[in-house]
Design a protein around this ligand. Structure first.
Ligand SMILES: Nc1ncnc2c1ncn2[C@@H]1O[C@H](COP(=O)(O)OP(=O)(O)OP(=O)(O)O)[C@@H](O)[C@H]1O
Ligand SMILES: NCC(=O)N[C@@H]1O[C@H](COP(=O)([O-])[O-])[C@@H](O)[C@H]1O
Ligand SMILES: [Mg+2]
Length: 394
């Protein structure tokens, strides 16, 4: 039971991170009458544009984070990005605040080392071989140990930032420099992973709620430079692959605990399913669920974290998503081509409303449905290709 937003008796949800995924979480929370507060490192972030109010703070600054949380006293603290002062969240949770799904899940997934050691060393889940390095010299040793090709990533980064494939020992220095430029926090540590030659990769959205653990239909996706371009649902898998994927997703989400949606990323190789990483929150590739499921991944997250039941999740139709990315840095731009994009059958568009473009920044997504997943993919790609960014000085 809770009162109306802004009445003083409302259920208050604070989002830490206010991108495109948070925007949809806020919309779903508001549908259930929740008061929403959006926080991020920059003004006019997508979720801020739809939340009841917002704050701009450096998200890795524990004191600032504590200051606004103590000022607002939210019922639910909902991390939406990884780069947050998660140690402060752990302390606040101890003091009685609710962090979604748990402060420990946010802490462990904030850096690749925490989650990889949990998955591989504690739970014994199958992963690529990995090693860590804190300097160029250490990296050379780690690459020699893992072998080439291998993938090098800052331990704190997302959407492929600072990630590269190191094909020969001569590439190590280039990869190191690239990781140092792309990391999100001032950390120099990197992970080196064996390069997995997978047939396909999926996100298995896993929902933990009072109704138990439920798996959505697998989402296939294609990534370029470590960032997602295209996703579709359902992805065709054998019974055996589905069983193994659910076993892995069940094990990692049980270990992280709490309630909410998790995006479990898996590589499907001919004879093996590999755990790659997990988001303790809605997943970018899961935006497709806005076109395919009766409850999108955002609706599921909100329902689960509010403690409401989720008796069933229905896949209503196959569908696909395709992203629009900027190719320049600008504060003066317009997004056009919506009329053409929306002329594609069974297609929708989400324009995120980000205030600035950056090279490779995701600005919008096209969503399509069809009885045939291949057709849905073609439609989403066509709709996205109609969208264009016109820069102010053009
Ligand atoms: N060990 C690997 N072998 C082969 N490909 C890999 C490996 N690690 C990552 N990749 C490729 O790079 C993509 C991005 O990697 P990863 O998910 O670790 O990065 P990220 O920055 O956390 O991305 P996001 O935030 O979008 O999840 C993967 O989805 C996969 O396509
Ligand atoms: N792979 C993670 C992911 O997609 N996260 C989503 O992107 C936003 C950051 O975008 P930005 O870098 O364009 O500000 C995050 O806030 C989240 O919504
Ligand atoms: Mg990933």
């Amino acid at each position: 039971m809770y009162g109306a937003p802004l009445s003083g008796q409302a259920k208050k949800m604070m989002l830490l991170g206010s991108g495109e995924l948070g925007k949809e979480v806020v919309i779903e929370a508001q549908r259930l009458g929740v008061e929403t507060i959006a926080v991020d490192r920059y003004a006019s972030a997508p979720a801020m544009q739809v939340a009841h109010r917002s704050y701009v703070i450096p998200m890795l600054d524990g004191e600032e984070l504590r200051r606004i949380i103590e000022q607002e006293r939210p019922d639910l603290i909902v991390p939406e990005i990884e780069a947050i002062a998660t140690q402060t969240l752990v302390e606040l949770e101890r003091e009685g605040y609710r962090v979604v799904p748990t402060a420990n899940a946010a802490r462990l997934t904030m850096d690749r080392e925490g989650i990889r050691r949990l998955a591989s060393e504690t739970l014994g889940l199958p992963t690529a071989k990995f090693a860590f390095a804190d300097s160029l010299e250490e990296l050379k040793t780690a690459v020699a140990e893992i072998g080439t090709p291998c993938v090098i990533k800052p331990i704190m980064s997302s959407s492929g930032k600072g990630q590269s494939v190191c094909r020969t020992p001569d590439d190590v220095e280039t990869s190191w420099n690239y990781a140092m430029e792309g990391g999100r926090a001032k950390k120099t540590r990197v992970i080196v992973e064996e390069f997995i030659r997978f047939d396909s990769e999926i996100t298995l959205l896993t929902v933990r709620s009072v109704s138990g653990t439920t798996y959505c239909a697998p989402i296939g996706h294609i990534q370029k430079d470590g960032d997602y371009i295209e996703s579709w649902q359902p992805h065709e898998m054998s019974e055996e692959q589905i069983r193994e994927a659910e076993r892995i997703a069940g094990a990692i989400t049980d270990a992280l605990g709490g309630t909410g949606i998790y995006g479990v990323e898996l590589f499907l190789a001919p004879d093996k399913v590999y755990f790659s990483e997990v988001s303790p929150r809605p997943h970018d590739t899961g935006m497709v669920t806005m076109a395919t499921q009766d409850l999108s991944e955002f609706a599921l997250h909100v329902r689960a974290i509010l403690g409401f039941p989720i008796p069933t999740i229905r896949l209503l139709t196959p569908g696909a998503s395709y992203t629009l990315k900027a190719d320049r840095e600008s504060e003066s731009f317009r997004i056009g081509g919506l009329e053409e994009a929306l002329s594609v059958p069974n297609s929708q568009v989400r324009v995120f409303g980000k205030p600035e473009t950056k090279i490779g920044r995701r600005m919008a997504v096209a969503l399509s449905s069809s009885d045939d997943v291949g057709q849905a993919r073609r439609q989403a790609k066509e709709a996205a290709s109609c969208l264009r960014i016109e820069y102010g000085d053009q």
